[in-house]
Design a binder for this molecule. Sequence first.
Ligand code: CMX
Length: 461
Amino acid sequence: DLDLKSQLQELIPEQQDRLKKLKSEHGKVQLGNINVDMVLGGMRGMIGMLWETSLLDPEEGIRFRGLSIPECQEVLPTAVKGGEPLPEGLLWLLLTGKVPTKEQVDALSKELLVRSSVPAHVYKAIDALPVTAHPMTQFTTGVMALQVESEFQKAYDKGLPKTKFWEPTYEDVLNLIARLPPVASYVYRRIFKDGKSIEADNSLDYAANFSHMLGFDDPKMLELMRLYITIHTDHEGGNVSAHTGHLDSKSLVSAVSFVIHSSEYAIAVLIVVEVGSALSDPYLSFAAALNGLAGPLHGLANQEVLLWIKSVIEETGSDVTTDQLKDYVWKTLKSGKVVPGFGHGVLRKTDPRYSCQREFALKHLPEDPLFQLVSKLYEVVPPILTELGKVKNPWPNVDAHSGVLLNHFGLSEARYYTVLFGVSRSMGIGSQLIWDRALGLPLERPKSVTMEWLENYCKNK
Ligand code: CMX
């Protein structure tokens, strides 16, 4: 069957039963102990939520529905023989847990294309911002403006029963994913290419079309974009963007108001929801997730890495020696900054998302000087971070590599990079959101305590 929604229709009752059984048979099984360090340390290592689409192993890295990145590269349908996976295939995998056929992926590409038209007010909302606003601010504004078309919100207002919540969520998620490339490329062209937009090419797949609308048609860049969108989709549930999307989707929103004014027009998108009465729809949840992604310790690190690499070259010239590089790393650390692209909250080895990008570079751009610099950093940075004695993971993460690949093909505007991450992340967060609704997962509400509470508790232990 080529229809993704009908596949889900079949799968959902099975998974609902599975969850019910898990609850009734094992609800009281202990999962570990919480200590004070965990409470003070950002809940590291505390198992605290259900996230079906992917699972992260500290040593091995991410698995999407049980498949590692090299396995996905092996089994997911591609546009080019032996090439990179099509992100539509990964979306299918995340949603259903099954590897799709090429026909199913092609059908999904077409479905996304049909859903991709963006209402004019979205562009006006973006235009109301100064062109100097950060690309992530412009992008998130576009997402918020898309929200006025939410099917979930309309259905909810009409009194849709809980058991059917997943259906308008599915519509919203697929519409959102479909509409992000035109919105994101509009932001890029507005800021960096004098606002000259490029029409979509309906013969292309999702990632290739996105690259085309940005203005990059080199077949290797299309392959890079397919890989890029595939690997940034999902990284289990506890990272800032995924968790924010998940949390918001289940939270009761008191009032969200969003007003933009410019000299020519005023656009007001007012979403006022009575306290305790509503679930945030996928657009609201995803916009919240994007705001988390825009932080420098998370998604913005890809921007920071390229800017940092360029600052190394500016200071030392393009023939950087190993010693100069070491000095620059130390200088960064001594000035109180982090070395962007290295370290991770969960991973304890080199990120496989880094490794597959390195493979891509070795295959397509081995001579690129910035790639060679990134390779040199792989040797220089980990021993220095280890020497600091406090860094739990000295190895590079996904963001250490992506910038130099994009830069190679002409997408050199680092400030834009986190938007690409955001487009991709819609697939992971959106897929889990559909399952949140299908499984009827409850509102998240962990317990917090004060220092006084902890002190008293520990005294009495
Ligand atoms: N450079 C300098 N110091 C680092 C470091 C790095 N790359 N990575 C960790 N540290 C420091 C931490 O700042 C912390 O110092 P303090 O105790 O003085 O506060 C100490 O080492 C221990 O941190 P940790 O437990 O190893 O790592 P955390 O879980 O606290 O943080 C992360 C993880 C990613 C925020 C951190 O490694 C970092 O800041 N890296 C650089 C930014 C980056 O690349 N972020 C992207 C991550 C991937 C993504 O989400 O996109």
